[in-house]
Design a protein around this ligand. Structure first.
Ligand code: PMT
Length: 400
């Protein structure tokens, strides 16, 4: 039983997805975990506490103030006892409370007191999930180390279609398992990851760049760290928090990235290049802001930047594994295959950056992994999951 001896505290908040938390409770118990459920008052409108009591085999905690003589002891006891604290479904309201440190009921009080890893499975209307307040609360919580699973896109109970559906119990279970029993298959492996765009300066106020957010590369760096690797992340300018436990190097231009890669690539066993370096840079950087021209036109002369992956490929040492990405808009497989050969890579992750849910600045990706031996296309999945799929394959290549 994979979760034998583990204690899961499951917070259930008020949303229709609360019924799926019943299946989650049952799966956790079958896997050997002890489950304690805390329900908000609103959650009790959707599912009766008796259901969770029966499934968890423990009394359900519902109201901080029902038993004033015991509640303080109880919330601290559960907070301390948890090996993982899961909130499923997590409404916009509980995310907001957690982001602000508000403790006004049993669930918010207990989650504030816990030192256990926290996993949130958001579920709400698309408008609520996309609201800037919720986005910021989720980003704040992520930056503090709260894990998220979902929400998924699809048909919502309110009749809308879009992001906001709680992840399926199986996916939440897998995320819990990952937190409680992390794989350490990359211990002693030194991993170098590149992420984000580069900026090519035109004048003191302008630059050429692209839409890379860094999400794909950061997800890979974090997944490798969680699997025990020693990770160096070379990142272009992005709006993502610096990941903990990872050696981060910031670069600006493709030439900067080239310099850092040339200095570091050989020290690493696995090199994964998810960055989107600009392929062209202005031949001349104007010292002053470029003024409007009289004829209403401006001609820029661009020169090609160094092909970093190719240069890394030339320096490849025996036993080293090199993985690249290919951002394509047409002939995806053919173009990626020629990059695989040209850059002396062991594997390339091709993404059609025009496909829905794939490529630049989204939380999901659709990739085709290509090696000399095989080509595998994966369905659309969160970038973190793509990262683990990529690392599974890279680990196999390393052990050859
Ligand atoms: O950052 P996100 O918003 O999460 O988006 C993710 C992504 C779309 C950027 C990522 O999935 C991706 O596809 N990264 C590679 C982007 C790219 O530059 O693709 P390319 O086909 O132009 O380059 C092929 C490979 O050569 C890449 O590994 C790239 O890092 C590398 N390269 C490119 C140009 C250059 N001058 N030097 C390089 O080494």
């Amino acid at each position: 039983m994979p979760l034998e001896g583990k204690c899961v505290v499951l917070g259930v908040t008020g949303g229709i997805a609360a019924y799926k938390a019943c299946e989650l409770t049952s799966r956790l118990r079958k896997a050997g975990a002890e489950v304690f459920v805390i329900m908000t008052k609103n959650a009790c409108q959707f599912v009766a506490p008796l259901t969770f009591e029966t499934l968890s085999n423990h009394p359900v905690t519902t109201d901080t103030f029902a038993r004033p003589e015991t509640w303080e002891v109880e919330h601290i006891a559960l907070a301390k006892r948890a090996d993982v604290f899961v909130i499923a479904p997590a409404t916009a309201n509980i995310l907001a409370k957690m982001a602000c440190g508000i403790a006004d009921d049993m669930l918010s009080t207990t989650v504030l007191a816990t030192k256990a890893p926290i996993l949130a499975a958001p579920a709400m209307n698309t408008g609520m999930w996309e609201n800037v307040a919720t986005r910021q609360n989720a980003e704040t919580l992520k930056a503090r180390g709260v894990h998220f699973v979902g929400p998924e896109g699809g048909f919502l109970a309110c009749g809308d279609t879009g992001a906001g559906r709680m992840s399926e119990p199986g996916d939440i279970f897998a995320a819990i398992e990952k937190i409680l029993c992390p794989r350490r298959d990359l211990e002693h492996v030194r991993v170098l990851v590149t992420a984000g765009p580069t900026r090519e300066k035109l004048d003191p106020v302008r630059y050429i760049t692209n839409r890379s957010s860094g999400k794909m590369g950061y997800a890979i760096a974090e997944a490798a760290r969680d699997r025990g690797a020693r990770v160096t992340l070379i990142s272009g300018p992005v709006n993502l928090p610096k990941p903990q436990g990872i050696d981060c190097v910031k670069v600006n231009s493709t030439q900067d990235l080239y310099n850092e890669m040339m200095a570091r690539c050989q020290e690493h066993d696995l090199v994964i290049q998810a960055a989107a370096p600009a392929d062209f840079t202005p031949e001349k950087v104007s010292e002053q802001k470029i003024k409007k021209q009289g004829d209403g036109k401006l001609t820029l002369i661009l020169t090609q930047t160094p092909d970093i992956a190719k240069a890394v490929g030339k320096k490849k040492r025996p036993g080293q594994v090199l993985v690249g990405f290919a951002a394509e808009t047409e002939n995806v497989t053919e173009n990626a295959e020629s990059k695989l050969a040209n850059k002396n890579l062991d594997m390339i992750a091709a993404n059609d950056v025009t496909a829905a849910g794939a490529g630049f600045d989204v939380d999901t990706n659709v990739v085709t992994f290509i090696t000399k031996e095989k080509t595998e296309t994966l369905p659309c999945m969160p970038k973190r999951q793509v990262a683990d799929e990529l690392l599974d394959r890279a680990a196999r290549l390393l052990s050859r």
